[in-house]
Design a protein around this ligand. Sequence first.
Ligand code: SF4
Ligand code: SF4
Length: 233
Amino acid sequence: MANITQEDIFAVLKTDGHPWLFYNVFTLLNEELKQLSEHFPSEECSRWLVLVFGLPIKDLSLWVWHVAEDQRYLFANHILERTADAVLSYVKSRGVIAIDVAREEARNISLVELACKAGLGTRGINNLFLHPEFGSWVQLHALLIRSNVEASLPVPLLDVCIGCQMCIAACPADAITQEAFYADRCNRMVASYWVPKSKARAISTSSYVECHKCISECPIGTLPTSFVGGEVI
Ligand code: SF4
Ligand code: SF4
């Protein structure tokens, strides 16, 4: 089996990745991975390269969900999956095992956790990943790639969240407190544009933008450009 290096991965991203992507690679031992997810099978002393990449939501069209029957699709995810497929195709052509965390393991391994470990940002009080430049206006993806070659250590990042609590004040569902995040309260607001008080907004009969008050009110990052009269909807 060939050993993939972080430089190999960066070369594929440079050629086939979306130009706005930010990314990093770090190494996880199999037992460290098992601490993140008990679900992960134990293997004989293996290492993984963890590629984490994110797409900044600079344009609100990237944040639109399209609904068809019982499926829903986020435009940003399609761009990320296209990049993931380019890396997976390269890695597998060299006979190396790889796992798409976002598509196969997202219920077991937190993408936010991996992005923080990659030194790309930190988790905010809003419970979301916070990038120093883009705030929480990002969509994440991650791949695990078997390799015995270690990646360089990520540079530790200071807490990006400044603790201003604007997200707590802005949340219409009281889902965010200083101590805890109540996902069930958020879920009721976030995608249910048919609920009268929901902050999700329909774009058409089969598309909508989720509630993003805890992102748009956060002082970290820049509001994306919108397609409705220049205003963020
Ligand atoms: S998405 Fe909306 S409901 Fe959910 S935590 Fe953020 S502000 Fe609250
Ligand atoms: S609004 Fe303030 S407290 Fe909330 S995540 Fe952003 S920086 Fe942190």
